[in-house]
Design a protein around this ligand. Structure first.
Ligand SMILES: [Zn+2]
Length: 132
């Protein structure tokens, strides 16, 4: 197997795939983007890495049927509550329709290979798939 690199810096692949949030050291709010000050409490005391549970519950979703050229549609864009941390991700490995995707459904983190470069390094993306 070749090397793997995650497509976003908050996706950790070892020892098992999981997300790592930046947690505000002052109030505990979690963010996935890099920021200088906390959007929740305004503190600039800093952030520490916090592992996010890989299982969660679908809190909101949109079935996207129009997207930029090259992006297969339809797909499901969702917001997943992972033990109190809100994660924006696509719901994958299921039919993208309201019969298969429902509010409150249990989902778990799943990774997939987006592509391989000439050196054999795989780019790894993530989504959430039905846990049942
Ligand atoms: Zn804060």
């Amino acid at each position: 197997m070749g090397a793997q690199i995650p497509i976003v810096d908050y996706l950790a692949l070892e020892p098992a795939p999981h997300l790592v949030a930046h947690e505000c050291t002052a109030c505990g709010a979690r963010f996935f983007d890099r920021r200088n000050a906390c959007a929740a409490c305004g503190s600039d005391a800093g952030f520490r890495p916090a592992d996010v549970p890989t299982e969660g519950e679908l809190r909101a979703f949109t079935i996207v049927s129009l997207a930029a050229p090259g992006i297969p549609v339809p797909f499901v864009a969702g917001v997943i509550d992972c033990g109190g941390t809100s994660v924006r991700a696509n719901v994958i490995n299921t039919e993208p329709d309201p019969e298969h995707v429902t509010l409150g459904m249990k989902v778990r983190l799943a990774t997939y290979v987006l592509g391989t470069d000439d050196a054999g390094t795989e780019a790894v993306g993530f989504g959430f798939e039905p846990a049942a």
